[in-house]
Design a protein around this ligand. Structure first.
Ligand code: URA
Ligand code: CA
Length: 434
C-alpha cells in the first residue's frame, strides 16, 4: 500500500477501504508518512468528504493510535459530555456534580485549552488547593466512592488526532465535518466513555457558525457513535450570545455554584437540565425524560447537587468553604461598570467579541504560553431581549491590569447592538439528535 495511491483515490472522490484508512493513520502516527502527504490527503477529504463508514473507521483508527483509558472497573455506564466550545460555557462545572448526585457515575477528563477563558481544569484551579492531577487509581476510586471526579488529561490520548489537528490548523483543513467529527469522537472514545452526550453550538460565538453546519456535525457524530458501538446523543444549542452571565474562571465557578443553588442564569440552567436529562437516560438511571428532569430539578432544590460539589472539592484537596462563601475565590482588584450608550432593547450580543473582551482582561489564553488570571473576566447584566435605559449598566468588567481595561470596554460596547424594538429570541435548544 502507498500513501500516494490513497491520496489519489480520495482526490478522485472514491471511498477508502478500512485497510487504507488504518494504513494512513498508523503510518502518520509513527512518522512514516510525512506531513506533506497527510496535508494533501486532508485537503482531498475537505473537497470530497467521507461517508459514514470511512468517518467511523478514521475515528477508530485515531482512537487506537495511543492510550485507551479503561474505566471498566467503575460500576455503571460512564457517560461523557462534550461541548464544541463557545463563550462562558459553565455547563461541566454544573453538570458533573448534578448528574453524580442523581446516581450516574461521572469520570470526567478535561483540558485547559486556548480560548476566551480557560478550560474546566483552569476554572477548577481557582478553588484553593484543588488538584486535577489524579493518578488513574485515585481517579477510578473517587468515581466509585463519590460518583464524580474531574481530572486533567494525561497520557497519550489519540496522538494521531493531535498531529493531524495541528496539521489541519496550518493547511486550512480544519472546517471539514468528517474531520472535525472524527477528531472529537476519537478523543471521547480513547478516554473510555461508554456513551456520549454532545452539545454542538451554533451561532456567532460557536465553532460551527451556521445552523446547517452544526446539525450536520451533530448527525455525523451520532452516526459515528452508532458505528463504533457507543450510544451518542447530540443537542444543537444556541451560542449567538454568551451562555449565562459570567465569562471568566473564578466568576464561572461562582456562576456554577449559583446554578446548583437554583439561582443561576435561566439559559445556563435550562441547558444543564437538557444535557443532564440525556446523560441520565444514557446512564440508565432514569427511564424517561420526565423522570430524568425531575431528578435533576430535585437535586437542585434539595441541595444534593451542591453537596456533591462540596464532596468533589474536598476529595480533590480543595477548600469546600468556597461553596458557601464564594468570596474565598480569587477576586480582581478593580471593577468597572459599562453603561448603555442609549436606551432601547438589546438586539444582539456578539458572543465572540464578549469572549475577546474577557481574554484581553486576562481570562483566557491567546497562545499556549499565556498565563491566565483566574480572578478576572466580566459579567453581563443585560442579555438579548432585555430593555434598558441610557446609562444603565450592561456589564461589569473585573480586572487587575489597568492598562487593559480601556480596550476591553470598547470591545464589549461594540458587542452590544441596541435598537428600538424588542427582538425575536432564538430558541436555546434547537434540536436533539439521537
Ligand atoms: N475540536 C476538535 O477537537 N477537533 C476539531 O477538529 C475541531 C474542534
Ligand atoms: Ca457563563
Amino acid at each position: 500500500m502507498r500513501a500516494y495511491d490513497i491520496i489519489h483515490k480520495k482526490r478522485d472522490g472514491k471511498k477508502l477501504s478500512n485497510q487504507e484508512i488504518e494504513f494512513l493513520i498508523k503510518g502518520y502516527t509513527k512518522g512514516e508518512i510525512p506531513d506533506y502527504q497527510m496535508s494533501a490527503w486532508a485537503m482531498a477529504v475537505f473537497f470530497q468528504g467521507m461517508d459514514k463508514e470511512e468517518t467511523a473507521k478514521l475515528t477508530e483508527a485515531m482512537a487506537k493510535s495511543g492510550d485507551n483509558i479503561d474505566l471498566s472497573s467503575i460500576k455503571g455506564i460512564k457517560v461523557d459530555k462534550h461541548s464544541t466550545g463557545g463563550v462562558g460555557d459553565t455547563t461541566t462545572l454544573v453538570l458533573a456534580p448534578l448528574v453524580a448526585a442523581c446516581g450516574a457515575p461521572v469520570a470526567k477528563m478535561s483540558g485547559r485549552g486556548l480560548g476566551h477563558t480557560g478550560g474546566t481544569i483552569d476554572k477548577l484551579e481557582s478553588i484553593a488547593g484543588f488538584s486535577t492531577a489524579l493518578s488513574m487509581d485515585k481517579f477510578i476510586d473517587s468515581v466509585n466512592q463519590n460518583k464524580v471526579a474531574i481530572a486533567g488529561q494525561t497520557g497519550n490520548l489519540a496522538p494521531a488526532d493531535k498531529k493531524l489537528y495541528a496539521l489541519r490548523d496550518v493547511t486550512a483543513t480544519v472546517d471539514s465535518i468528517p474531520l472535525i467529527a472524527s477528531s472529537i469522537m476519537s478523543k471521547k472514545i480513547a478516554s473510555g466513555a461508554d456513551a456520549i452526550v454532545l452539545d454542538v453550538k451554533t451561532g456567532n460565538g460557536a465553532f460551527m457558525k451556521s445552523y446547517e453546519g452544526a446539525v450536520k456535525l451533530a448527525k455525523t457524530m451520532v452516526e459515528i457513535g452508532q458505528e463504533v458501538g457507543r450510544n451518542t446523543i447530540a443537542i444543537v444549542s444556541d451560542m449567538d450570545q454568551p451562555l449565562g452571565w459570567a465569562v471568566g474562571n473564578a466568576l464561572e465557578v461562582k456562576e456554577a455554584i449559583d446554578t446548583l443553588q437554583g439561582e443561576g442564569p435561566h439559559d445556563l440552567t435550562e441547558l444543564c437540565l437538557t444535557l443532564g436529562t440525556q446523560m441520565l437516560l444514557l446512564a440508565e438511571v432514569a427511564n424517561s425524560t420526565e423522570e430524568a428532569r425531575e431528578m435533576l430539578e430535585r437535586a437542585i432544590s434539595d441541595g444534593s447537587g451542591l453537596d456533591k460539589l462540596k464532596e468533589l472539592i474536598t476529595n480533590q484537596g480543595g477548600n469546600p468553604e468556597v461553596v458557601d462563601n464564594p468570596n474565598l475565590l480569587p477576586q480582581a482588584k478593580y471593577s468597572l461598570e459599562v453603561k448603555a450608550p442609549r436606551g432601547g432593547y438589546v438586539q444582539r450580543i456578539e458572543a465572540e467579541e464578549v469572549g475577546i473582551s474577557a481574554m484581553i482582561l486576562g481570562a483566557g489564553r491567546e497562545t499556549k504560553e499565556s498565563e491566565i488570571d483566574l480572578a478576572v473576566g466580566l459579567t453581563l447584566a443585560k442579555k438579548v431581549g432585555d430593555q434598558l435605559t441610557e446609562g444603565e449598566t450592561i456589564a461589569t468588567l473585573y480586572y487587575n491590569d489597568k492598562t487593559k481595561v480601556k480596550e476591553a470596554k470598547e470591545i464589549l460596547l461594540k458587542a452590544y447592538q441596541i435598537g428600538n424594538t424588542k427582538p425575536e429570541l432564538n430558541p436555546l435548544i434547537y434540536e436533539i439528535i439521537d
